[in-house]
Design a protein around this ligand. Structure first.
Ligand code: NAD
Ligand code: UPG
Length: 330
């Protein structure tokens, strides 16, 4: 398959590019390099530098490369930033996805895989959450993705298109062979921040909220290794290629860790101290989000292979150390 990977110069999309190459498909990266990196696109993989909201450029790209499927990763994704800049998030994530879908329809692309998020659920109980639960996002980021899901469903119903929507829980880790990882400057993700603190790149870090109704008072998340997440995407693509119907699936392991658990794991795996200070709650944060992953296992035959927080942290730590050495040399 010729697969257009929007956001393919970024963290998760970049892992998709590697998986497509490994499986003998042809990825074409479409990215505006706002948070992605030109250097991270493997040699020989076409990179179109542009915005997914540029209808003419997207359409030309779909036609030139005879694209069979779109894997749509391009987005802004920082929850607190979306709270202060909702218009920017609705524009980039929703309005521009509409333009991308319009180009896909115009070019006759029939398969669409979309990166959604557990943030569409909002506050959940402490039980794992299933795909049919009511959606009540707490942040403009979550809403921007929910609206895109609705649009994709309606577009697919009206045109000759099928989709898989993957609702990611918290993604971390890096390619175990260290070909790719999370390189975003100023990343705000918990595991990355804790690792940077362990490596001495930050003097300390903050724990956002200590009074949540959880056993240790900090928020609980379901952390999934990026390699398992990408395996789910490859299964989703094959499912669509074999004529499978449209699907919405959760991508998580079904159990969660608190912020304090994660920081303790980073201390253990790195063997370094991590100074963490309690601060106020952060806007837009749900208390607990853990996936019910029954559907993805039964419908796509997906089985996790890296369901181990210590190994997720180890892979992230190795990538961060490599990045740091390289940046020090530059
Ligand atoms: N990282 C997580 O924990 C997580 C969790 C749930 C969902 N997601 C989703 O996964 C996807 C990928 O996230 P990531 O962590 O790899 O982030 P990232 O910032 O590393 O990657 C996003 C990529 O999209 C590109 N991009 C953004 N807006 C664009 C536009 N308008 N046109 C063209 N390119 C554009 C960026 O340059 C970047 O390369 C996003 O859709 C995000 O919402 C991520
Ligand atoms: O320096 C930090 C960073 C984070 N946290 C906490 O750690 C948890 C996880 O935060 P973070 O890693 O920023 O992820 P989330 O805000 O849960 O969001 C991620 O996970 C969502 C799915 O659950 C995705 O949609 C988002 O794109 C992705 O950023 C939250 O309780 C944060 O308040 C801290 O206490 N200190």
């Amino acid at each position: 398959m010729n697969v257009l990977v929007t956001g393919g110069a970024g963290y998760i999309g970049g892992h998709m590019v590697l998986a497509l190459l490994d499986a003998g498909h042809k990825p074409i990266v479409f990215d505006n390099l706002s948070t992605g990196f030109r250097w991270s696109v493997p040699e020989g993989v076409p990179l179109v530098v542009g915005d997914i909201g540029d209808f003419e450029l997207v359409l030309r790209t779909l036609q030139t490369y005879q694209i069979d499927a779109i894997a749509h990763f391009a987005a802004k994704l920082v929850v607190p930033e979306s709270v202060t800049d909702p218009l920017g998030y609705y524009l980039n994530n929703t309005v521009k996805s509409r333009s991308l879908m319009a180009a896909a329809v115009a070019a006759g692309v029939k398969k669409f895989v979309f990166s959604s998020t557990a943030a569409v659920y909002g506050n959940t109980s402490d039980k794992p959450i299933g795909e049919d639960a009511p959606l009540a996002p707490l942040s403009p980021y979550g809403s921007s993705k929910q609206l895109t899901e609705v649009m994709l469903r309606d577009v697919a119903a009206a045109h000759d298109m099928r989709y898989v929507i993957l609702r990611y829980f918290n993604v971390a880790g890096s390619d175990p062979a260290m070909r790719h990882g999370q390189s975003t400057a100023n990343a705000t993700h918990l595991i990355k921040v804790a690792i940077q603190t362990a490596l001495g790149m930050r003097s300390h870090m903050e724990i956002f909220g200590s009074d949540y109704p959880t056993p240790d008072g900090t928020c609980i998340r379901d952390y999934i290794h990026v390699t398992d997440l990408i395996a789910a995407h490859m299964r989703a693509l094959n499912h669509l290629d074999q004529g499978g119907e449209s699907l919405v699936v959760n991508c998580g392991y079904g159990h969660g860790y608190s912020v304090s658990d994660v920081i303790e794991t980073v201390r253990k795996v790195s063997g370094k101290p991590v100074e963490a200070r309690f601060g106020p709650r952060r806007a837009g944060d749900p208390v607990t989000i853990v996936a019910d992953s029954t559907r993805i296992r039964s419908r796509l035959g997906w089985q996790p292979r890296h369901d181990d927080l210590a190994s997720i942290v180890d892979h992230s730590l190795r990538w961060e150390s490599m990045l740091r050495e390289r940046n020090l040399k530059l």
